[in-house]
Design a protein around this ligand. Structure first.
Ligand SMILES: [Zn+2]
Ligand SMILES: [Zn+2]
Length: 124
């Protein structure tokens, strides 16, 4: 997929916004699903900017959470599948999976999504 470097709201040149921050889940930093391009105003300074507006921040997190639940729609996943779906490196998945409970069938999709979201789910 071609990467769009323009603000998805207004079309001005954009900068990368991470929906779940590095401190919350390091492995999500390189996951495409976790970032979007926004111009300075729509990213940081404007009143619709996620870094300036808690509601917009939550709205983006809810959108991401929904996409993750669609992405991990089976009950269990193995590391290789997680790496493929999130498009991250095996090393990043190793780090990611360290705190996940392993079942004989794999890692539970709910645990994976919670981990991706930084340790908790968001509700409207
Ligand atoms: Zn913009
Ligand atoms: Zn940002």
């Amino acid at each position: 997929m071609e990467e769009n470097k323009y603000c998805e709201i207004c079309g001005e040149p954009g900068e990368k916004h991470h929906i779940v921050f590095r401190g919350k889940c390091a492995a999500m930093i390189n996951a495409k699903i976790n970032y979007k391009y926004l111009c300075g105003e729509h990213h940081r300074t404007g009143k619709e900017a996620p870094h300036n507006n808690r509601q917009v921040d939550i709205k983006y997190k809810l959108e991401l959470q929904k996409k993750l639940f669609q992405m991990f729609s089976n009950n269990y996943y193995h590391k290789t599948e997680i790496a493929e779906l999130l498009e991250i490196k095996p090393k990043e998945v190793d780090q990611f999976a360290k705190t996940l409970m392993w079942y004989s069938e794999g890692y539970k999709s709910l645990d994976i999504v919670i981990k991706c979201m930084g340790g908790g789910l968001y509700a409207k």
